[in-house]
Ligand binder design. Sequence first.
Ligand code: IMP
Length: 426
Amino acid sequence: MVLGAQWGDEGKGKIVDYVAAGARAVVRCQGGANAGHTLVQGGQKLALHLVPSGVRHPECVIVLGNGMVIDPLALLEEIQALEATGLELRSRLRVSSAAHVVLPAHRLQDRAEEVRRGAAAVGTTGRGIGPAYADKAARHGLQMNVFQRSAGELRQLLTATLEAKRAELAPHAALDVQAACDELVACREQIAPLLCDTAELVHDLWKAGQRIVLEGAQGALLDLDHGSYPYVTSSSCTSAGALAGCGLPPQAVERVIGVTKAYATRVGNGPFPTELEDATGERLRTTGGEFGVTTGRARRCGWFDVPALRRAAAVNGFTELALTKLDVLDEFDSIRVADAYELDGRRIDRMPSDTALQARCRPLYVDFEGWQRSTRDCRSLAALPTAARRYIEFLEARTGVPVAIVSVGADRDSTFRVAPHGEPGA
Ligand code: IMP
């Protein structure tokens, strides 16, 4: 499992691409087109939102699992963009017939709900994720298997669902039911051949001893159950959610990799104890290119937050960390890490679950001297400047999770494995 250990945007796509070498399948388990991952393919930059990041490994089956909410129009657009770069994927792309459909009405509803929340807006990506999951839980959503019905039946189902949505939305947004139905029915012939029981598919691969990578989207602190509710996404981004979202049992899990940046970022609203609303935050944003792939929004930036990572590690059971964007800190002469919080006069080591309490946490920092040397060409722990190694060792000691993978640049090859401590190369 490759999971977000912070608030999303940790660089999971890059780590999935790295660990997928030799794997038989890469599976997305939750979320939808709210996720964003940039892929440089054939000299072209592509933004992936639904297709798993294992796409560049031709031997990998790429699976959109049952826990996802899928916008069929967005999916076809993405497939076509990938095919235009020469990637063949329809023969190895499998979409769960049990995943839920994101309708155009859900996108309108998402935006209307945000307007209604006013100052308390979540800051969603506007991709219809919350309303699609709400319909799923309320048991009036549509599963992707509707695209396996005849065109006539599909039109009937869509018309009934969208008419109900139109009435609900009427005072806030205008939904053109006919146009939406036409667009979706037109997807049927391309979507239907991709559908199958993906839980059975991944189960059979696991039983056959094949390696499977589960690709998380968003991050532990945006999790519906464990994040800063209501400033969260509407799916379960943790290890338990990944299993529910693909149909594998807990015994199938060997490694749970928590991906974390060497600092912290958050998009959207909600508490962020180490946020820097000053020139240092701006410097992290500019150096790290911290602008959203899905929405283009500037990300909020801050220092690494150990209490938050501890919470994520506890909930997910991380066996190791992948530390990304270490190079972004290269030029800083001093670097801070929140080692604990002060909450109402008490020192605490783990982020509390209550959002109101999270908002009152004050970080207690430990200061590090920067290494002020480029790490971009380093391909082993030993090649890193001593100060960078000390920084990593501190994070390992304080979070209690070993760092197994380090990334020092955007390129595919700027990632290296850290040999377990005590082994040659460590
Ligand atoms: P939603 O998932 O679009 O409903 O947005 C809910 C919250 O999750 C907002 O704060 C979004 O900014 C955040 N979010 C959703 N997807 C991502 C992601 O892939 N990266 C970072 N933040 C995300």
